[in-house]
Design a protein around this ligand. Structure first.
Ligand SMILES: [Zn+2]
Length: 193
């Protein structure tokens, strides 16, 4: 009995890892992060950052494409190999597809969205215009909000999701945290004053 449980568990863990490959690995390559300060420092809101938000959104949805791998292997394994292993693969990848698709229709937000990129662009535009908070407006995305570095005014009340920078909490803790949070911001946004 415990062999079947072990096989099921292995399949489940493997499926979980495969579907997180795009989000956990691609954006963390060193050359991809040279224009950003190291995690968890605030990031300057510019075209690079907005591009990154859109990339993270892409990686989030790419998980659906990667789910095809464990679904296929799971099917083969169910038919010809170890049934518990195949079932493990199927359960996790099937759950991922279902929860993302239903979440999408229910209006549940992904960690990074196009609307988020647009709000950041808007903040950037205001800072460049005559309506800026101060003469040397420098919008920086901190953990809980976008704040002007020069005058300290909160420009956008938006907690920062994981942006794919290598984690400061180390490879293992960073990995665990990402797997649990799925990249969503861990801190809630500051309450409006
Ligand atoms: Zn300012």
């Amino acid at each position: 009995m415990w062999i079947e449980s072990f096989e099921f568990f292995s399949g489940a863990v493997l499926a979980y890892m495969i579907t997180r490959i795009p989000f956990l690995t691609f954006p963390r390559v060193k050359s991809w992060n040279e224009q950003f300060p190291p995690h968890p420092e605030p990031i300057y809101v510019d075209a690079h950052l907005i591009q990154r938000v859109l990339h993270m959104r892409l990686f989030y949805w790419l998980a659906l494409v990667f789910a095809i791998i464990p679904l296929t292997f799971g099917w083969v394994s169910l038919a010809h190999g170890s049934a518990p292993f195949g079932f493990g693969l199927w359960t996790v990848s099937g759950w991922l597809v279902l929860s993302r698709v239903t979440g999408f229709f229910a209006g549940e937000e992904a960690p990074c969205t196009k609307q988020m990129a647009m709000r950041l662009q808007q903040t950037r535009n205001v800072s460049d215009s005559e309506d800026s908070c101060c003469a040397f407006a420098q919008p920086m995305w901190e953990v809980t909000c976008v704040r002007c570095k020069a005058c300290g005014k909160v420009l956008l009340n938006e907690p920062r999701p994981d942006l794919g920078r290598p984690r400061s909490d180390g490879w293992i803790m960073g990995f665990v945290r990402l797997v649990i949070s799925d990249g969503k911001p861990i801190m809630a946004s500051d309450e409006e004053e």
